[in-house]
Design a protein around this ligand. Structure first.
Ligand code: CP
Ligand code: NVA
Length: 301
């Protein structure tokens, strides 16, 4: 049984197959219309979502299945039923669960039961489905992933961690620019170092973009970090991807954002507009990449 908890749940051959297959899905919305026939997959949310919610719902339907949206606040989970008991019960009705959670541990506990496929729709640590769509988007620009340098400006958060694991598969190099006091999680930086793909860390965003092919950012305060939002805003003040910073990047560099964006915080309004085609392509690609990921889980590739 396959679970998609982080991008290390997938081997490199399958990662590359998923990226290429996603591109095929982008050319034909009904490439595999019966894969999920008679299957019901729950989309369980502890946090807000626009892209993940809708793109999974449509992906499941276009693969011939049904989705069932659940809020954890309306389940007995919110009254103390354990995640393991909940999973045991849901596994008797459903064929898979996509979970968006505050605690990555919940996904591990569910997957350890190995009863139905579990998919990470974002946790505090990882956002693998986002990174699949991101690498697909970079491929669609015609770039060779092995020769692509991704520079992430901002908080080394869940999205960053998944880009790091994706870089291990794709062979892309990864750099980070963030303030003192914010660092790559030790497990991620050690793994990257061990695999000979160390993450280059800059404190100066201008230096960081100088040889970037892709300049990537995400919000400074992720869901669950709202109580520190003012401090983070002050700490990251110098790290807005702006026209001034992009002047130092190669002329053909692109800017990416997983969305939702906070304009004039992590990205200026002008840069958001300039790169809106690619940024909204990333959002669209969630649909195509998740179809390919569902095929990997349910046996289509
Ligand atoms: N990028 C992303 O996961 O968006 P949502 O939070 O809207 O799902
Ligand atoms: N890092 C952000 C991503 C949202 C898609 C968060 O976790 O809120």
């Amino acid at each position: 049984m396959r679970h998609l908890i982080t991008l290390l749940s997938i081997n490199t051959d399958n990662f590359n197959a998923i990226i290429e297959r996603s591109i095929e899905h982008s050319k034909n919305r009904f490439l595999n219309p019966t894969l999920l026939k008679d299957k019901v997959i729950a989309l369980l949310f502890e946090k807000a979502s626009t892209r993940t919610r809708i793109s999974f719902s449509v992906a499941i339907r276009e693969l011939g299945g049904s989705d069932l949206e659940l809020q954890s606040s309306s389940l007995q989970l919110s009254r103390g039923e354990t995640i393991e008991d909940t999973t045991q019960v849901l596994a008797r009705y459903l064929h898979g669960i996509m979970l968006r959670t505050y605690s990555h541990r919940n996904l591990e506990l569910m997957a350890d039961l190995n009863q139905i496929p579990i998919i990470n729709g974002l946790s505090d640590r990882h956002h693998p489905c986002q990174a699949l769509a991101d690498f697909m988007t970079i491929r669609q620009t015609g770039r060779d992933l092995r020769k692509t340098k991704i520079t992430f400006i901002g908080d080394p958060n869940n999205v960053f961690n998944s880009l790091a694991l994706g870089s291990l598969h794709s062979g892309s190099s990864l750099a980070l620019a963030c303030p003192e006091g914010y660092n790559v999680r030790p497990g991620i930086s050690e793994l990257m170092r061990k695999k000979n793909q160390p993450i280059q860390v800059y404190r100066d965003p201008v230096d960081a973009v100088k040889n970037a092919d892709v300049v990537y950012t995400d919000v400074w305060s992720s869901m669950g970090q709202e109580q520190n939002a003012e401090k983070r805003k002050a700490d990251f003040k110098k790290y807005t991807i702006s026209e001034q910073i992009m002047k130092h990047a190669p002329a053909d560099a692109i800017v990416m954002h997983c969305l939702p964006a906070h304009r004039d915080e992590e990205i200026s309004t002008g840069i958001m507009e300039k790169y809106s085609d690619i940024i909204f392509q990333q959002a669209e690609n969630r649909l195509h990449a998740q179809k390919a990921a569902l095929e990997w889980i349910y046996g289509g590739i």
